[in-house]
Design a protein around this ligand. Sequence first.
Ligand SMILES: Nc1ncnc2c1ncn2[C@@H]1O[C@H](COP(=O)(O)OP(=O)(O)O)[C@@H](O)[C@H]1O
Ligand SMILES: [Mg+2]
Length: 281
Amino acid sequence: MDLSHIKEAKRSLALFGVSERIDIINKNIWVDCPQCSRVERVVKNMLNARGMSPAPCLLVCGEGGAGKTSIINRISSRHDAVDGIVAFASLAENPDDLRFRELLLTALGVPLKAQGWSGKIPNGLEKYLQLRNILAVIIDEFHDALLAQVAEQRRNLSLLKKLSEPPYHLSIMGFGTTSAVNALNQDPQLERRFEVLKLLPWVEGDEFRSFLASIEENLPLRKASRLYSQETVKYLLTNTNGTMDQVLKAIRFGAIHAIKSGEEKITMESMQKGAVRRWDY
Ligand SMILES: Nc1ncnc2c1ncn2[C@@H]1O[C@H](COP(=O)(O)OP(=O)(O)O)[C@@H](O)[C@H]1O
Ligand SMILES: [Mg+2]
């Protein structure tokens, strides 16, 4: 069996049975792409610029499914350099319905009880941050904090501004939709501290073809699908609008149907079947 379309370390997976291979496909695989690596690089460089005042801040924006949360997860799990020095908060995961300030302080490790009077930065926070060596906070679904009602929004912006200034010097790194950029415009001084990186949808080109080739190298299919071929690229772009999440779903469901049907390679038909039947395999 010619398995040269799969990378060497993963070739043996193609010999597994149907359900084992479907499990593998359903697990997330990570494939580096220029936009993702750029965000990781900028985060790393900002962390290395410790001591800068005000601290450099970052806004990564992209629509739903562009890969924002995945990049955050990757940063938190893969970069040893980030260990301890970056706090993580998500406005999507807020079961106790905390206000932005409380959520942020909790993410920094300040217990609710010690957060003090609402609206103020707790006394001693600068010492605490220094002691724990926290340089940055990464906030997912950042736009939620900025699209609140006017009074709340003003409070949140002012909090972020103070935290990025002396004595806190905290790099604020928000990930959210493009609406966050407009909200930041309200405060030009704060806006200038932010480097804005956009996660754009895939378009036809070498970067996309190379991304598709890397995905294919990781899939346990016994035949070559040639996902980077002109025909497949065109199919994917017209049927997914180039959104990362949708591209991966089209490929994933297509791969599963290709295994179930015995065809063993992703084709237009298996992707079409995958799009209609999805989990019904
Ligand atoms: N570089 C990547 N390689 C492989 N899969 C990725 C990559 N980036 C994103 N994904 C996948 O895309 C999907 C959507 O990503 P997600 O991070 O939830 O988007 P967002 O937070 O912007 O809505 C996820 O299933 C994730 O596994
Ligand atoms: Mg997300």
